[in-house]
Design a protein around this ligand. Structure first.
Ligand code: SAM
Length: 223
């Protein structure tokens, strides 16, 4: 049998691609990509000529079985997402679980992911933390926020720029106006910045300067 590789790709800066990521992507029999057009540019840049198929949220549950069979028949397959580490708020979990259950060797390479630099940049305690990914948009959002209001560990959220103001207003409501917050934007890119302050101060900052780009919000735990 072959092996499943989960290969992290840059979250902005192409120089964050690791030597091993390039090597593995060159050597595998097939690359599964979330968006083949987006990943095509990356593969071209690193002169990776491996065949590529699409594997995304909408077809993941249907394609898993076929991929497991191909690996069992001896093929080595690598999964990449649009950015960062596959399966972290990205497709990949279903395939990983299916491979583990089938006794296939799974190898996630270490590499770029947005939440680690955002957590460390925050300056909040990082000996213990929780990763919440994206908050539910509607159903279950309030329950989640109520539950997290009692959380004492540092909390990490992924967020989109057009929802940030609403989310920060809710953090004031549920966690209090004085809760320390750190917002990291455009990590590894030209306009990278981290804004720190109380939830009230950070909301004010972004009301004056509407947020753009990709965002990680880190919230200090309850004292
Ligand atoms: N798999 C990715 C990872 O390992 O971080 C996450 C994919 S998720 C669909 C995309 C979200 O990750 C964005 O909405 C943002 O919250 C965060 N993100 C990705 N790249 C980022 C960057 N360069 N700066 C800040 N946040 C980023």
């Amino acid at each position: 049998t072959g092996k499943l590789y989960l290969v992290p790709t840059p979250i902005g800066n192409l120089k964050d691609m690791t030597f091993r990521a390039v090597e593995v992507l060159k050597e595998v029999d097939l690359i599964l990509a979330e968006d083949t057009r987006n990943s095509g540019k990356l593969l071209k840049h690193f002169e990776i000529g491996t065949q590529m198929h699409s594997h995304h949220m909408h077809n993941e549950h249907k394609t898993v079985e076929g991929i497991v069979k191909r690996i069992q028949n001896g093929e080595n397959i690598a999964l990449i997402s649009d950015a960062g580490t596959p399966a972290i708020s990205d497709p990949g979990f279903l395939l990983t679980r299916a491979c583990v259950e089938a006794g296939i060797e799974v190898d996630c390479l270490p590499g770029p992911t947005a939440f680690v630099p955002a957590l460390v940049n925050s300056g909040f305690p990082n000996d213990k933390f929780v990763f919440e990914g994206f908050l539910p948009v509607k159903k279950g959002r309030q329950t989640r926020l109520e539950l997290l209001a009692e959380e004492t560990r540092t909390i990490i959220f992924y967020e989109s720029p057009h929802k940030l103001l609403k989310t920060l207003a809710q953090f004031i409501e549920y966690f209090g106006a004085d809760r320390p917050i750190s917002v990291s934007r455009e990590l590894t890119k030209l306009h990278e910045e981290t804004v720190r302050g109380t939830s009230k101060e950070v909301l004010k900052h972004f009301e004056n300067k509407p947020p753009k780009g990709e965002i990680v919000v880190v919230v200090s735990g309850k004292k």
